[in-house]
Design a protein around this ligand. Structure first.
Ligand SMILES: [Fe+2]
Length: 456
């Protein structure tokens, strides 16, 4: 097989000396179906040095796809169960791809295990979400996985399970209101990946793909928002050792179109949030993730699918009670109880303060991460609605990839310790003695820190 590329145009030829062969590229197509055949590409004019570069790029980008299948649109990790012994591996790929499983092994060992995937067709997107649940993993251990049985030639990915005990510090990032502005979203992603956290928690409004004037948008608008989010996440959320950083989510108002009853009765179509993130029970958007013997993380729903009170509050009470053994207990949810943007007297803020806050205080929760308002704010410790050194810290409020707003100040609101108009996330470090929380801006600078937290 021979491909010959000539000079660009007759006019060009007339101005130039006779063309000569400057570059020849030969490739043994050992993996191509026509095994043993050769591809020869010849560039014949001096003028076309740029074309040579272009062709090289084509070879690098296209040929691997012909031989091995194209890379997925996105590959990302999450958890629904024990982060020390499980991992959910997910990828989005074009419908034309036929991957049917993932293979994984403990780093340094030689036996690949094959796990068949579940597939969910993304209607109208010409794409499929595929998912495998890896179980019985070893804690605090590096794993390698790939998405093709042609192991030698396919891309390898890495992840690490969480430790069961605090033999080492555990670090994670909390933020929210992530992909609104593309540039701001990616800028913060870069900062967060550089911090190399064990995992990231997003507290809602993840891709702004629902309830954002979406009825006026093109039919595939929701999919395109998620596609951009997942592509960026997949590309950027890799630490310097090549480890993919798992993502855990709580739901926000821009993540769903309907309440639990509407979704269960099929009166509303579930948003893609429910496609891209698994839940143990359908549309049950509040849950607890338990990390070893050191951290209970409560991911709550501030009235987007489930009401704040009633069933969710009853569940929260029993979950907190059963988690008394954990030295650190933290909640992450979307709408704030103690916000710095003027919604202190909103119905939902009052409901959180009257239903959840007393439970937080009673069962020793140290900190609640709040979002939604696109400001930075850190509260004083609060108990019974008053400042109390034994109280709960409320840290907010959702400024990952949005334009930050001007917050209320400590002079204006009694419970605010510090506020700022700044893009920010929190870096949480839990060690054997205490827990430190730093606020990081999208330049990667620490601009605030919470008082150290101790086990309760
Ligand atoms: Fe929101």
């Amino acid at each position: 097989m021979q491909l010959r590329i000539g000079s660009a145009s007759p006019a060009l030829k007339s101005r130039r000396p006779k063309a000569k062969i400057l570059w020849t590229f030969e490739l043994s197509a050992v993996y191509y179906p026509h095994r043993g055949s050769k591809i020869r590409i010849m560039v014949q004019t001096q003028q076309e040095m740029k074309l040579k570069g272009f062709l090289l790029a084509v070879l690098v980008l296209i040929l691997p796809n012909i031989f091995f299948g194209s890379e997925p649109i996105a590959v990302y990790l999450t958890w629904v169960d024990d982060p020390a012994s499980t991992m959910v591996v997910q990828w989005v790929e074009p419908e034309s791809e036929k991957r049917s499983s993932a293979l994984y092994l403990k780093q340094g060992e030689g036996i690949w295990l094959n796990v068949p995937c579940q597939a969910t067709v993304l209607h109208g997107a010409n794409a499929v979400l595929k998912r495998v649940f890896l179980q019985k993993l070893h804690p605090d251990t590096d794993y390698v996985f790939c998405l093709s049985s042609d192991i030698e030639h396919t891309k390898k990915y890495r992840f690490k399970t969480m430790p069961k005990q605090l033999f080492r510090s555990v670090r994670f990032v909390v933020g929210g209101d992530a992909y609104y502005h593309y540039d701001l979203f990616r800028k913060m992603n870069g900062v967060v990946a550089h911090l190399s956290p064990d995992f990231v928690v997003l507290g809602g409004d993840i891709a702004y793909a629902a309830r954002h004037g979406s009825s006026l948008k093109q039919a595939d608008w929701e999919w395109r928002r998620w596609k951009t989010f997942l592509k960026s996440w997949s590309e950027q959320m890799i630490d310097e050792n090549g480890r993919l950083i798992p993502l855990v989510v709580a739901i926000g108002n821009h993540d769903t179109n309907g309440s639990y009853r509407m979704l269960m009765n099929e009166k509303k179509k579930p948003s893609l949030f429910f496609t891209f993130f698994p839940f143990n029970e359908s549309f049950t958007t509040y849950r607890e993730l338990m990390f070893g013997d050191y951290l209970a993380l409560f991911l709550l729903d501030t009235g987007h699918v489930h009401t704040i009170d009633q069933q969710q509050t009853a569940w929260l009470k029993s979950a907190l009670k059963e988690s008394a053994r954990f030295p650190y207990k933290m909640a992450i949810y979307h709408r704030p109880a103690y916000g710095a943007y003027g919604n202190y007297n909103s119905r939902k803020a009052m409901l959180i303060r009257t239903t959840w806050s007393p439970l937080f205080e009673r069962y020793g929760l140290q900190v609640a991460f709040e979002h939604h308002n696109h400001v930075y704010s850190r509260s004083k410790p609060i108990k019974g609605g008053k400042i109390d050194a034994q109280g709960v810290l409320y840290l907010g409020e959702g400024a990952w990839g949005v334009s930050p707003r001007k917050p209320l100040t400590p002079k204006e609101v009694f419970y605010i310790e510090k506020s700022a108009q700044i893009n920010s996330v929190y870096l949480v470090t839990i060690g054997q003695k205490d827990c430190h929380i730093f606020a990081i801006d999208n330049q990667g600078a620490i601009f605030d820190k919470a008082p150290p937290l101790f086990s309760r």
